[in-house]
Design a protein around this ligand. Structure first.
Ligand code: NAD
Ligand code: DAU
Length: 336
């Protein structure tokens, strides 16, 4: 089977490509990625020359290129991850989020329709459901209520994907996962940012009162969920993935500081994110019962392993946090 992974050079994509190659020896993986600031060819550099892997640098909004990839690679299934993924950047510059996440998704859906696929997995997020109060969980029935340009663009693309399933009978499955952590995450997101700053004795910027809650899942568990959705999902269905690991941001930050042996005096409370969702928490009963999926990683041990990865792979993230990243950091955190 030839599987197209879009966004395979990003955080979740690169972990997923490795998982697929290891778990499905008969599959060939085509990774299509634009290599934006968030994409990093280094993440999969060791796969060069592997006959079961091909990298294509390109934009999912480029219809001609996408058609060419479907035609020449004889794509049987799609795992669509390519996206602009950072909420803060969507508040600074929303337009590219609409272009990539909405229009890019539609270009891919159209190509899948034209060439025919056995499965199109549209990889989405729990953020499309908006914010929860102190109790309750997101189920697949929770109404969409996105808060940021990022989550609104993802919700739009979910609806497009489901419309293609409904109208054109395209075998679409939509997945909605909670906050991922693990190796290769770009250090603009909470956990790797806090690790990288702590290791350099820089302030750890905590938004608002630090009491916002996210529900954390290891990236490998998400990847296994995507594989299960591809193989066992039902056309037109939505599946939530989460590991029931709710944590307040401030507790995560303190845990990171403990793991790297740095003082809590590095914590700096800063102005809150505009429109900041208070709490996310996922009910993944449907994925557990219908896909036979369950997370394997416990949060405490997997966070410690993730911190170790960043300590040992300092070169990987130090190369990233130069150039464009420094400009972004100044814009996002300067004077906050
Ligand atoms: P990421 O930002 O690390 O990676 C995104 C990848 O997409 C990068 O490699 C980038 O180069 C590529 N890309 C961006 N625009 C492109 C375009 N126009 N054409 C081709 N490639 C393009 O993101 P991530 O955290 O790995 O997230 C991957 C997907 O999973 C996204 O769709 C995101 O919405 C979803 N998701 C993420 C999380 C999370 O916690 N990170 C949780 C749930 C869902
Ligand atoms: O829930 C899934 C989503 O999780 C994905 O769809 C997104 O792609 C992914 O980026 C993530 O979104 P969040 O906004 O939840 O993640 P982020 O790492 O940006 O922030 C996590 C929490 O930490 C959030 O409450 C904001 C807070 N935060 C974040 C940063 C970067 C801080 O307090 N300080 C920071 O510097």
């Amino acid at each position: 089977m030839n599987v197209l992974v879009t966004g395979g050079s990003g955080f979740i994509g690169s972990n997923l490509v490795r998982l697929l190659l290891a778990e499905r020896p008969e599959w060939r993986i085509v990774n299509l990625d634009k290599l934006t600031y968030a994409g990093n060819a280094e993440n999969l550099a060791d796969l060069e020359g592997n006959p079961r892997y091909r990298f294509v640098r390109g934009d999912i909004c480029n219809g001609e290129l996408i058609a060419d990839v479907f035609r020449t690679e004889k794509i049987h299934a799609v795992l669509h991850l390519a996206a602009e993924s950072h909420v803060d950047r969507s508040i600074l510059s929303p337009s590219i989020f609409i272009e990539t996440n909405v229009r890019g998704t539609q270009v891919l859906l159209e190509a899948a329709r034209e060439f025919g696929v056995r499965r199109f997995v549209h990889v989405s997020t729990d953020e499309v459901y908006g914010s929860l109060g102190p109790t309750g969980l997101f189920t697949e029935q929770t109404p969409l209520d996105p808060s940021s340009p990022y989550s609104a663009s993802k919700a739009s693309s979910d609806l497009l994907a489901l419309a293609y399933a409904h109208t054109f009978k395209l075998p679409v499955v939509v997945t909605r996962c909670s906050n991922n952590y693990g190796p290769y995450q770009f250090p603009e997101k909470l956990i790797p940012l806090m690790i990288a700053n702590a290791l350099r004795d820089l302030p750890l910027p905590v938004y608002g009162d630090g009491m916002n809650v996210r529900d954390w899942i290891h990236v490998e568990d998400h990847g296994r969920g995507l594989l299960a959705a591809l193989e066992k999902g039902e056309d037109g269905q939505v599946y939530n993935f989460g590991a029931s690991s709710e944590r307040h941001n401030i507790d995560i930050v303190k845990q990171v500081l403990r793991l790297v042996g740095k003082p809590e005096s590095l914590i700096k409370y800063v102005t809150d994110r505009p429109g900041h969702d208070r709490r996310y928490a996922i009910d993944s009963t449907k994925a557990r019962t219908q896909l036979g999926w369950a997370p394997r990683h416990g949060f405490e041990d997997a966070l410690a392993a993730t911190v170790r990865w960043y300590v040992e792979r300092r070169q990987w993230w130090e190369r990233i946090i130069s150039g464009e990243y420094l400009k972004y950091y100044e814009k996002q955190y300067g004077g906050r």
